[in-house]
Design a protein around this ligand. Structure first.
Ligand SMILES: C=CC1=C(C)c2cc3[nH]c(cc4nc(cc5[nH]c(cc1n2)c(C)c5CCC(=O)O)C(CCC(=O)O)=C4C)c(C)c3C=C
Ligand SMILES: [Fe+2]
Ligand SMILES: [Fe+2]
Length: 331
């Protein structure tokens, strides 16, 4: 009997994002935050010091506040991050066709990475491309997603072959998709912004010296993108958490200071997020707007992430096809 190569290989792609609570209520948000903030890749404080603070203070106070924020952005399809991620998965599956399976998993909450990998392996997928949907690399996002996948593989005798989508912060495909998508949104605005603020999720500043290339990669994305747009850009970092010094400048401080510098019309975009989520919709779209208008600003627009836009899906399709070279299409 001869076994053809095509008969024995089965290729799957697993899109991975950060994750979100199952519901906008205190219990679900507490479960999500407990998993997220117990990850030593996220909070790099010795467990003996951090656990009492997490369980004694943070998980008693933050879930109610965060649940209230989630309620303001929740949709009929659930959390925006989940709804958009599912649409990205479906659109990619459609583009790649039936020969390649496209799955979706989240680092925190559901659907979890471990069971998603186990399920793919049980269904016979022996070549899996993990695609953490973070354009810029940091240990708190990319590395922890990969850790979770390999923790599942560590339980297996017969492991699938694994590939990992590299960070795509400076990839021409990514920059072109962002430029085209943002220009389209800017052209549709009822006002002409004097400034485009590019807001990336913050990180503790010390992660830079510890070896994360995140800050430099955010700056590189911004520089390349700025070169393709016809308005001045600024870069800032949002969502500060905890007491340590975070990457500067902080988005809320920049928004508050614009009007006194004569910048009254602003657009804000988030090229570090592949899908809109609490941090873009509530923190920027609601609170950021209030900060800017409250400080004397006149016009504010929050621009969408690439999400499942044509530009975004075309980029993802091309990035994934490139990483699948030699695996698929079968030669
Ligand atoms: C895109 C990159 C992200 C980085 C880098 C990141 C670092 C980081 N985040 C926290 C703490 C929180 N982040 C929260 C939400 C959240 N964070 C990201 C992405 C990055 N985080 C996303 C996509 C989301 C949104 C999830 C959603 O459900 O829509 C939250 C939860 C919400 C809240 O209570 O504020 C926390 C907490 C830390 C500590 C950190 C780096 C060390
Ligand atoms: Fe975060
Ligand atoms: Fe936040």
């Amino acid at each position: 009997m001869t076994i053809e190569k095509e008969d024995i290989t089965s290729v799957g792609v697993l899109l991975v994002n950060l994750g979100t609570p199952d519901a906008p209520d205190v219990g679900a948000v507490r479960r999500y935050l407990a998993e997220f903030l117990s990850d030593p890749r996220v909070v790099e404080i010795p467990a003996t010091l951090w656990k009492p603070v997490l369980h004694g203070v943070i998980l008693r106070t933050r879930p109610a506040k965060s649940a209230e924020a989630y309620r303001q952005i929740w949709t009929n399809e659930g959390s925006p991050l989940m709804a958009i991620s599912k649409r990205q998965r479906d659109a990619l599956q459609q583009r790649l066709g039936d020969d390649v399976f496209v799955g979706l998993a989240m680092r925190y909450g559901n659907p979890a990475i471990g069971p998603a990998i186990a399920q793919m392996v049980n269904h016979g997928f022996d070549r899996i491309l993990l695609a953490p949907l973070y354009p810029q690399y940091c240990a708190a996002t990319t590395a922890t997603a990969v850790d979770a996948a390999f923790a599942e593989l560590a339980k297996m005798r017969l492991q699938p072959a694994i590939r990992i989508l590299p960070p795509y912060f400076d990839d021409r495909l990514h920059i072109d998709a962002l430029a085209k998508n943002l220009q389209r949104q800017l052209d549709a605005l009822a006002f002409k912004p004097e400034r485009l603020l590019l807001s990336f999720h913050g990180m503790p500043e010390r992660t830079r010296t510890l070896g994360d290339p995140y800050y430099e990669q955010c700056k590189a994305t911004a520089d390349l993108l700025g070169g393709q747009l016809d308005l001045p850009i600024d870069v800032a970092f949002q969502s500060r958490f905890g007491r340590a010094r975070w990457l500067q400048p902080a988005t809320d401080m920049v928004l508050a200071s614009y009007p006194s510098q004569g910048v009254k019309r602003v657009a804000i975009a988030t090229p570090g997020f592949s899908a809109d989520c609490l941090e873009t919709l509530e923190e920027l779209g609601i609170r950021g707007r209030e900060t800017f208008i409250g400080a004397g600003g006149a016009d504010f627009a929050r621009l969408d992430c690439l999400n499942d836009s044509d530009e975004g899906m075309q980029m993802l399709d091309a990035l994934i096809r490139r990483e699948l070279a030699g695996w698929w299409p079968a030669s």
